[in-house]
Design a protein around this ligand. Structure first.
Ligand SMILES: Cc1cc2nc3c(=O)[nH]c(=O)nc-3n(C[C@H](O)[C@H](O)[C@H](O)COP(=O)(O)OP(=O)(O)OC[C@H]3O[C@@H](n4cnc5c(N)ncnc54)[C@H](O)[C@@H]3O)c2cc1C
Ligand SMILES: NC(=O)c1ccc[n+]([C@@H]2O[C@H](COP(=O)([O-])OP(=O)(O)OC[C@H]3O[C@@H](n4cnc5c(N)ncnc54)[C@H](OP(=O)(O)O)[C@@H]3O)[C@@H](O)[C@H]2O)c1
Length: 454
């Protein structure tokens, strides 16, 4: 029997497969449970799990080289911003490349995860049965549970047209927007993509938002924009100034295109990336509007008092972070906020870990990889956490800085800067290795589940 704890991963999207691969390589007995019949999560358009928010036309907006795992490059034949079919295939290939497909139990949703008083996790499965593990890695994704405007806009119940959340927009019906008047709400990436798509078929498209955004092109001076952010050794304030200057030269002010002036500095909101929105606005096919105030039977009234007739309203209003398999009140993220040590370790529960539960300026996948090997080191006793007081202080410090910097919004509760996060994590891992050696650290989570199950 292995002396390492047994580990369970919930989810085999891009975060879950990084965890399975890292733990399998480190010698763990690891099993992932996946609701769907395949891996890839959000990137499987029309995924049988009903959880994918992908639409037919979706391409990544973080560049290929930013998104790929460190030891498995995407094929060079891929474009810089591949289609979702490329991305889903890439994740599928990753699992076979590292030989971990047999660690994943497909069509096996986790219904309930209970932590017993002795720390063992009981994993109750949707198709019956309960398995037990010493450690639980949660990788169930955070872009599948649609957040509709709360409360609904006055009059929403009387609107006779179609109201849809971006999660449910699949882009599979070319007639969906045909000759309709469409109102798209939001200034995030879903709103950009869907407004642009609508604008090619609709009679007219309105883009409504309660605040503006610094819209980024995919390329600047011929390079993917996320590859020219500057070294994390340069202070963020300097990097921000340089990027702001480049954008000013390259695009000019957002107001020039009819968009609202952003109420925040560049870098203080999750990046909104679109090559097309400004061009569609310049062509007069999309008109910007302020927030929706109310809906009427056949139209939308905006907060500036203007009103348009509308057939379709698409709410691109983001997602809720939820863990339906935990007891209510056990581990929750009210308003999307779940404080974690470096977005990975729970401050109170030593054997639950979160993979990919973060919003980087950059891609999630390479970070999920680092989180996973870090958890592997921890469970093996090679890394020791700081003291509980230091750990809490670290969480607080990080949260204070994030909430101070970012626009107050439920979409800004777990923001990190990709490069800065990885530099800081490498430093923390070195410090934790020294702590482990100094303390003659033993495995923090004893292998108990196997003994119990036997
Ligand atoms: C439209 C859209 C475009 C995006 N574009 C980018 C991008 O370009 N770059 C980027 O870095 N990020 C992007 N994101 C963010 C996205 O969250 C990540 O790309 C990625 O999907 C995160 O992977 P994940 O594994 O954490 O979550 P998911 O991809 O959501 O996978 C979670 C998996 O967990 C499984 N699961 C959930 N609950 C259970 C359960 N109870 N039991 C068993 N299995 C379960 C699901 O079936 C699923 O397979 C985008 C998000 C959206 C919505
Ligand atoms: N092509 C791509 O790669 C692509 C495409 C789509 C999505 N994504 C990713 O998927 C994730 C989710 O993106 P998203 O655009 O769906 O959601 P999001 O980033 O959370 O954006 C939600 C938008 O809706 C607004 N909003 C929320 N509630 C509102 C309300 N009640 N009234 C008015 N406005 C409201 C928000 O405004 P505030 O800022 O004021 O809160 C914000 O503009 C992001 O990580 C994104 O990068 C990527």
């Amino acid at each position: 029997m292995s002396s390492l704890p047994t580990a369970c991963v919930i989810g085999a999207g891009s975060s879950g497969i990084a965890a399975v691969k890292a733990l399998a390589q480190a010698g763990y007995d690891v099993t992932a449970y996946e609701k769907s019949d395949r891996i890839g999560g959000n990137w499987v358009w029309g995924n049988a799990n009903g959880m994918s928010s992908a639409y037919r036309s979706l391409h990544i907006n973080t560049s290929r080289e930013r998104m790929e795992y460190s030891d498995f490059p995407m094929p060079k034949s891929y474009p810089d911003f591949p289609h979702h079919t490329h991305i889903a295939k890439y994740f599928d290939d990753y699992v076979d490349h590292f030989g971990v497909r047999d660690r994943i139990r497909f069509e096996t949703g986790v219904e309930h995860a209970t932590r017993r008083p002795d720390g063992v996790w009981e994993i109750a499965l949707e198709n019956g049965g309960t398995d037990r593990y010493d450690a639980l890695l949660v990788a169930n994704g955070h872009h599948w549970d649609a957040r509709w405007p709360e409360p609904a806009f006055p009059g929403a119940e009387d609107f006779e047209g179609v109201q849809i959340h971006s999660h449910d927009y699949k882009g599979d019906d070319p007639e969906f927007f045909r000759d309709k008047t469409v109102v798209v709400l939001g200034m995030g990436n879903s709103a950009m993509d869907i407004a642009v798509e609508a604008s090619f078929a609709a009679a007219h498209t309105y883009l409504a938002a309660r605040r503006g955004a610094h819209i980024l092109p995919k390329y600047i001076f011929g390079k993917p924009i996320d590859q020219i952010g500057g070294s994390p050794l340069i202070p963020f304030a300097v990097r921000r100034k340089v990027m702001q200057g480049m954008l000013k030269v390259y695009l000019g002010d957002m107001e020039r295109y009819g968009l609202p002036k952003p109420d925040h500095r560049f870098g203080d909101a999750h990046p909104t990336v679109s090559d097309d929105i400004l061009s569609r606005m310049a062509h007069g096919t999309i008109t910007a509007k302020p927030n929706i105030a109310s809906l009427t039977r056949d139209g939308v009234r905006f907060t500036d008092g203007s009103e348009v007739k509308a057939d379709v309203v698409v709410y691109c209003t983001g997602y809720k972070v939820t863990f339906p398999f935990f007891d209510e009140g056990f581990i929750t993220a009210p308003d999307n906020d779940l404080p974690l040590f470096r977005r990975t370790f729970h401050p109170d529960i030593p054997n639950v870990f979160f993979i990919g539960l973060l919003q980087p300026l950059g891609a999630i996948m390479p970070i999920a990889e680092h989180q996973s090997t870090w958890v592997g080191d921890y469970l093996a006793g090679r890394y020791a956490l700081p003291s509980p007081a230091e750990l809490r202080a670290d969480i607080e410090r990080e949260r204070r800085a994030m909430f101070k910097r970012y626009v107050a919004s439920k979409r800004h509760t777990m923001q990190i800067d990709f490069d800065d996060y990885l530099v800081a994590l490498a430093k923390e891992r070195r410090a934790g290795e020294e702590r482990a050696q100094a303390q003659r650290h033993r495995q923090p989570v004893a292998p108990r589940a196997a003994a119990v199950a036997a």
